[in-house]
Design a protein. Sequence first.
Length: 81
Amino acid sequence: MIGSYRDASMDAFMEELIGLKNGLSAVGNNFNQAVKRLHTLSKIKEFEHWLVSYELERRELARQMQQAQEFIKKMADKWLL
């Protein structure tokens, strides 16, 4: 009889990675929308608003990426022990 083995500790890992992927996807979509908007701007004031929005999205992307790196390192360290 052949059975299968499922590593339950990977469940939390996969849930976290899926959450990070979704977060990065949302930030990426917002960034793409902002760039499309940039191409349609006709007033300086609108451009200033875009720059503020861009900076907020850039910071969120950096935060999400740092979180992903830290989590992946933690999981890698756990598996390598």
